[in-house]
Design a protein around this ligand. Structure first.
Ligand code: GLV
Length: 317
């Protein structure tokens, strides 16, 4: 395992022998395999690529991911090898939704740009047209995905008097649509109509590069795009080009296509707020995620059903 937060280590220490990943090693699958050889459980994090090579380790019973997303793990291969996989849903929903809102506001109202300008000594007093941004209140928010986190963003948006459009494979129950004032539309309509677009889909073959040149071209020139889901959902090169050309107003990104790398073209732009994958990063939430992941791991090692098991088929076999 990597370092995790209290109370994770104490919970684990009561039950298992703990071994840390080798420090400073590149997180390649081959080094993960070497580190995990002979152990029955792995406590993984989003930067750990867990595929066939690791999952075929003899004796491996469970991979407990300290995250809600699990695109770093080949779930199909895990199931085939009889390895349980768990995640930490629920606990990070509101914290992540708070952060999506922070990025919506920071990008729309140019918070980071203003901070940089001021630190460069470029604040010379109140200016009638200094860093004018886009209003969130009363604007239309397009949510791509309204699962747990997208739904929590929608509830916050209601407090800002936003109109809510969404896309998802299934509609929200009518009473929830009514409560949120949310309307399900097709993606092109959402992109055309929304002033703010926020992504809340898992990374799958269908969602990879869901937002690329064509989709960015459908958005308003005043629109703001925020991604707190997974980097590859957005084509970073296409986004950098759209931002540079003023095709959309701004973006806020917490996740990137090839973390920890960030597309160099993005780094040179003022109209994008960039944060290092910290949307679930509050003191309380990260600690709860570690506790949940530890409990999942312990249950799996004891041969019990872990609370957040993603591949029940392993136990059904
Ligand atoms: C973090 O990105 C998570 O999926 O929890």
């Amino acid at each position: 395992m990597h370092k995790i937060l209290d109370p994770g280590p104490a919970l684990l220490a009561e039950v298992v022998e703990l071994v840390s990943y080798p420090e400073g090693q590149p997180l390649e699958e081959s080094s993960l395999r070497r580190a995990a050889e002979g152990y029955q459980g792995i406590l993984s994090q989003v930067m750990d690529p867990i595929g066939e090579e690791v999952l075929s380790l003899p004796g491996l019973k469970i991979v407990s991911n300290v995250a809600v997303g699990f695109d770093n793990i080949d779930l199909e291969a895990a199931t085939r090898h009889g390895v349980m996989v768990t995640n930490t849903p629920g606990v990070l929903t509101d914290t992540t939704a708070d952060f999506a809102f922070a990025l919506l506001m920071a990008a729309g109202r140019r918070v980071a740009e203003g901070d940089r300008e001021l630190r460069r000594g470029e604040f010379h007093g109140w200016g009638i047209d200094t860093l004018l941004g886009q209003d969130l209140h009363g604007a239309t928010l397009g949510l791509i995905g309204v699962g747990r986190i997208g739904g929590a963003v929608a509830r916050r948006a209601k407090g800002f008097d936003m109109q809510i459009l969404y896309t998802d494979a299934v509609s929200l129950p009518p009473e929830v649509e009514q409560e949120l004032g949310a309307r399900r539309v097709e993606l092109p309509e959402l992109l055309r109509e929304a002033d703010f677009v926020s992504l809340h889909v898992p990374l799958t073959d269908e969602t990879r590069h869901l937002i690329s040149t064509e989709e960015l071209g459908q958005m308003k020139r005043t629109a703001v795009l925020v991604n707190t889901s997974r980097g590859p959902v957005v084509d970073e090169a296409a986004l950098a080009a759209a931002l540079a050309e003023g095709q959309i107003f701004a973006a806020g990104l917490d996740v990137f296509e090839r973390e920890p790398e960030v597309h160099p073209a993005l780094l040179g732009l003022e109209n994008v707020v960039l944060t290092p994958h910290i949307a679930s990063g509050s003191v309380r939430t990260r600690s709860e995620m570690c506790a949940i992941a530890a409990r999942n791991l312990i249950a799996g090692l004891r041969g019990e059903r872990p609370p957040n098991l993603l591949n029940q088929e392993v136990l059904d076999k």
